[in-house]
Design a protein around this ligand. Structure first.
Ligand code: K2U
Ligand code: ZN
Length: 187
């Protein structure tokens, strides 16, 4: 397995629509393994293909040891409202409260090419929506008010020079700024 460089805000790939997966190849299976390894090293609970420079419509999620690989995911049901302080592995050190659906049902394909549905609430629901946004070229910043977005971009302006060429190299065990409940600056 390999640790993959994470693309950060400013890299155009984060703003591109992803391409549906038509065939599950051995290379795609390896990509899923590498995405899990990279996500773990970055202390994340989700990671979408564009965040590692790939255009496949694919994301991985792991919450409380339960792993999900979602190919071509789509939200088929949503209900309620929840406000969650979000971060993003592609926008380190920046946090903001985001309103999303409290519960969602997502239809996707697994690595065996089999269609499945997953229903989630709270953290799983937020993560599913955050990752599917990535696959649509959207970031949590896009869901903030103008004022909150400006504050987030001001924080990012102070951080972005650490990531030349919009690349973040993840080192296992290194303190990362993705803990939404750390003492990093919050918006
Ligand atoms: O896609 C990503 O950038 C990984 C995101 C996923 C996520 C964002 C907000 C809320 C839930 C999930 C995070 O950086 S993963 C970091 C994290 C860890 C524990 C709880 C929430 C977020
Ligand atoms: Zn993210």
């Amino acid at each position: 397995m390999s640790l993959l460089p994470i693309r950060v805000l400013g890299d155009p790939i984060l703003r591109k629509e992803t391409v549906p997966v038509r065939e599950v190849t051995p290379e795609l299976r390896q990509l899923a393994l590498d995405m899990f390894e990279t996500m773990h090293a970055a202390k994340g609970i989700g990671l979408a293909a564009p965040q590692v420079g790939r255009s496949e419509r694919m994301t991985v999620i792991e919450i409380e040891g339960h792993q999900l690989v979602l190919l071509n995911p789509e939200v088929i049901e949503r209900a309620g409202k929840v406000t969650w302080e979000e971060g993003c592995l592609s926008i380190p050190e920046v946090y903001a409260k985001v309103d999303r659906a409290k519960t969602v049902t997502v239809r996707a394909m697994d690595l065996d090419g089999k269609e499945f549905e997953v229903a989630g609430d709270e953290l799983l629901a937020v993560c599913l929506q955050h990752e599917i946004d990535h696959l649509d070229g959207k970031l949590f910043l896009d869901r903030l008010s103008l004022l909150k977005r400006r504050a987030a971009m001001k924080t990012w302006d102070e951080e972005k020079d650490q990531y030349p060429n919009f690349i973040r190299i993840v080192v296992p065990g290194q303190e990362s700024g993705d803990d939404p409940h750390g003492d990093d600056e919050r918006i």
